[in-house]
Design a protein around this ligand. Sequence first.
Ligand code: NAI
Length: 253
Amino acid sequence: MRLEDKTVLITGAASGIGKKTAKRCAEEGAYVVVTDVDSGSGEEVIDAIEENGGSAEFHRLDVTEREEFGEVVDTVADEHGLDVLVNNAGVGHPSTYLEDISDSVRDYVIGVNLMGVWNGCQAALPHMKEQGSGAIVNVGSLASILGFPKQATYSVTKGAVLNLTRTVAAEAGPFGVRANLVCPGFTDTRLLDQFLESFDDPEEAREEISEEYPLKRLGEPQEVADPILFLASDEASFVTGHALVIDGGFSIA
Ligand code: NAI
């Protein structure tokens, strides 16, 4: 069991990559704190984990709400300790040229994708530093390291999260706390479906995008969840400040 006796808090864990990460962490022995704005789906994840013999609890948590984030983290840390934080919650936006992006879309995406991670780090670091251990895994994107046309807001937030991760790693390393980033390429989740809906023929778009990947397919949530699990575990005890690209070779082809 790679996460035995560890408590893992995951944001945006009611769906997609976060949901799969929650299930994998539970399978590896962690006590999993599933958080999301979607309570119904979040509770279903708890049921699935418990049916599989794991232990978990759900908190409704909007990552943009800094105080709420702090309260949830404080409660979890007091009751169970906090070994791992996975800042996974994220949203996309319609494909639009930068000059046409509305202020409300810009602020919403920055609020969730950047400030949500910021809030999580601010809430968790005092606990982790005090206990002298901890691992933060942030979920970035290929958009953390590449520019994507008509995805300015998303790319800006994911790029910022890369340097936030490096900064946290540098600051918290002396306290025994690690911070890493995963940078997935297109992965088969609801977020991808929403992105594809902006094309005239979503299925054709999916096939064309898949062809651009050396592995000729898109990723599955488990293929991101397992690298997150690795970075969260003691197997990665000397890995910090790293951006792990999980993209079927897209960025090198
Ligand atoms: P998803 O849409 O399946 O799951 C995202 C979850 O975040 C949902 O359960 C949603 O309710 C939750 N969420 C949204 N706003 C929230 C908020 N304010 N507070 C708390 N929870 C909130 O999407 P997916 O793909 O699993 O996304 C997870 C992460 O992976 C995101 O950070 C995304 O940017 C990133 N990512 C996804 C890729 C993909 O192709 N699916 C590629 C690269 C990165």
